[in-house]
Write a protein that binds this ligand. Sequence first.
Ligand SMILES: [Zn+2]
Length: 157
Amino acid sequence: MTGRVGMGFDVHSFSDDDGRRLVLGGVVLEGERGLAGHSDADVIAHAVADALLGAAGLGDLGEHFPDTDPQWAGADSMGLLREVVAMTGAAGWAVANVDASVVLEAPKLAPHREAIVASLTSAVGAPVSVKAKRAEGLGALGRGEGIACWAVALLEQ
Ligand SMILES: [Zn+2]
């Protein structure tokens, strides 16, 4: 058995556009301010996808789905994540697990965590854990200007 790890990072600032929805791990957090971005700005899905691509040695998300390409404007990032999982499978890898840490001041993730984990686990086809941390007032994340996510993925062959 061969294993490979990959890590992914993503960050998006909150948007001033009231029309944008907050989407985390494919779950829409109703009534919350959305994140700015070319796609749906699903910061967790992006970090997880980059972790998987990194582990498989397949580059990064921006390379495969460039944000300069109108094709991906407003894209459903869970669809992109499913494509990335298929790419790692085609390269001969199976996902063992994924672990993600989300850094945000607000909103509270706890009420949504179960739904987010279920959504990500379904897309990835392996256990996904999601943890939330606050930045303790430090820097832009501490001022609540956006949301960041770090993810680690283990692939097996
Ligand atoms: Zn992103």
